[in-house]
Design a binder for this molecule. Sequence first.
Ligand code: PEP
Ligand code: MG
Length: 594
Amino acid sequence: LKKRRVLKGEKISGGIGMGKLFYIDRQFASIPHHVLDAGKESVEKEIGRFKKAIEACSDELLKIQGKKNLPQEALSILEVHRMMISDPVLFDKISQEISKNRINAEWAVLNVFGKIIDYLASSGADYYIKAKIADMFVARDKILSQLMGEEKGTAKLGVLPTEDFVICAQSLTVSDLNLLAENPFLKGIVLEIPGGVSHLAVVLRTLEVPAVMGVTSLVSELDYQDEIIVDGQNGEVILGPDKREMEESVEKLFLYKEYFSRFLEKVEEPSVSKDGIVLKVGGNIEQPSEVDIVKKYGGEFIGLFRTELLFLDRTDIPSEEEHYRIYYETLHRMLPFRATVRIFDFGGDKEGNIVRKSSMGMRGIRFCKIHPALFIPQIRGLIRAASLGNLDIMIPFVSNVHEVDDFRELLYKEARILGLEKNLENVKLGAMIEVPSALFISSMLAKEVDFFSVGTNDLIQYMMAVERKDKSLSEYFSHFDPSIVRALYSLAHTAREHNVEVSICGEMGGDPCFALVFLAMGFTSLSMSPINIPVIKKIIKNGYLEEGKEFLNKILVLPEKELIRNYLEEEMRKKYPNIFRQIWTNKSNGEKNA
Ligand code: PEP
Ligand code: MG
């Protein structure tokens, strides 16, 4: 067994969790990976199962070879595969892999074939070797299909464990996360791929399990039998922890729950500063069931429903009826509060079946306009669900005034066709401000919409010219950058001048450092990952407009992002020591105001 290893990554979601390793190889997500029960018997049984599979494969190939009229070439290829599969050396290697690591046969097959294929690939790329590698893949998949009862490897996750587990993987898809939501045994997620403000990170946060991303050497460090501790608070992962650490994490989990529960006290009170300024706090969701989490954490509205994430992997077009049901459920659950549904924002890093690869600007409203068959059922579903009276609609990726005008025209046209114009009386229409051009025409856009909502994730991406998921440039991806602060300040000013509501729904909205700054800038609401709501509300309820103004005046003249970050962090640490402390190490630190 490998000894204890500590790996560092980015913190994505707080708390601490522990459990057995559950490794997901994305390519083989449907193939079960599990550690065998203790004892010799289970190993023998597994080797027996493997032996049977090999025999069945060989019999089947013989049977095909026995068919009449097969060309000679096909016969010899079948024979090569049969010999590979029934090679006694291969049998020994895979049996040893099963017994040495106490893993199931499918996993052992993947490992042993993986090593052979890697070896072949590294020994040259001539025609003969390439052909040999191709044969190895065929033989491997044949054995795997046999072991798994001929189930074809779709991209679905395999059988999930029924004891506490921590998922480790190079990466996962948003659809994987949808499958994992609400699994009671899932105690943490660790991924190699960097998080930043990618959609994977955004959705991961809504699962409410401790999560760490950007752990560079994760997969190569894993050992089959590992227990794992995920410390989402410090962005740390411990593989093979010792007994004392396991016990300590139970204690830490308790401390975390206690820490978090303090923010839940009176969380239902409205989000108003001590001197009476309202800055509403709401939640971002990806599916209707998350409305309950937003409400539980004191969210006063839904500021962003990312509708595209529900459909990334669909192969057919979602119908009007399906849209209607989803939005009706969302709006109904959220009553008496309002909910903002964003129309499809496919493209960018939201890839799946519907959009496999998109160019930089093929996003949001631009994509919708050229895919009416996808878009119109959504509009109609929304119009019907608007009968509940609490719907707002938001357009993503707005970069000019026409897009808003055209959208409104289309919305009313569809409502007329449905005979439901009345439903739109209470619907507010908003534009996302996330393309830099929208900032410069905000006074014109303000005349066309009821509200603005800033998508800081994309705004930073396009203002700073740095891709959301590019870790190598992450130093440029900072919402502390003076250009971003100034952009938001100026936008909020324009919005207030035109009497338009103005919100933030990008990740920056949930950064505690900025809550009072946003209050001072004149934002009317903030929407964020539900888990951040209680902390942000607490800050606003304990703050004063004057304090926010002091912070704002100071940061508007600071020329560097580091200076802005240091200044805000220091001020907030002074005022709210409990929010900004290290939970595990500083248990008794008292908090004056919050
Ligand atoms: C944003 O861009 O900040 C945003 C909220 O939208 P998304 O993250 O879905 O692009
Ligand atoms: Mg965006």
